[in-house]
Design a protein around this ligand. Structure first.
Ligand SMILES: [Zn+2]
Length: 149
């Protein structure tokens, strides 16, 4: 089971999001081995349905760097990105995407529309899946189990 320090930080962001009542997903943007931004889901906090962890982290990273794209940066996220986030990752020119658990119901990378495989996608990151997938899936499972109880 592969993991690394950046995915560990993404998992921490996911747990923190869950503690705030947000769907527990976390994302981290790394450039040249340095964390530029990290965020969990913030849709409830911001009343912004686009504030998924990936988009929130990309916004923070762009603000921190004072630029609109993140060429050469890598993004770590605990769950397979949805179609919106897959597109945002493409538009930001992210170099590598590392994600944890697959999301057959809502994902847009290896599930659903497979955004990066479409002719309308003009930049596709290298995609690495399955990193810390067991932990990432467990955080989500526990969160939704708690909602049902
Ligand atoms: Zn998303």
């Amino acid at each position: 089971m592969k993991t690394n320090q950046f995915m560990e930080l993404a998992l921490e962001e996911a747990r923190a999001a869950g503690a705030r009542g947000e769907v527990p997903i976390g994302a981290v943007v790394v450039l040249d081995g340095t964390v530029i931004a990290s965020s969990g889901n913030r849709t409830r906090e911001l009343n912004d349905i686009t504030a998924h962890a990936e988009v929130a982290a990309i916004r923070m990273a762009c603000e921190a760097l004072g630029q609109e794209r993140l060429t050469g940066a890598d993004l770590y996220v605990t769950l397979e990105p949805c179609t919106m986030c897959a597109a945002a990752i493409s538009f930001a020119r992210i170099r590598r995407l590392y994600y944890g658990a697959e999301d057959p119901k809502g994902g847009g990378v290896d599930s659903g529309v497979r955004f990066y495989a479409q002719p309308t996608c003009h930049h596709a990151p290298e995609v690495y899946s399955g990193m810390s997938e067991v932990q990432a899936a467990e955080i989500l499972r526990a969160f939704f189990q708690g909602k049902r109880d």
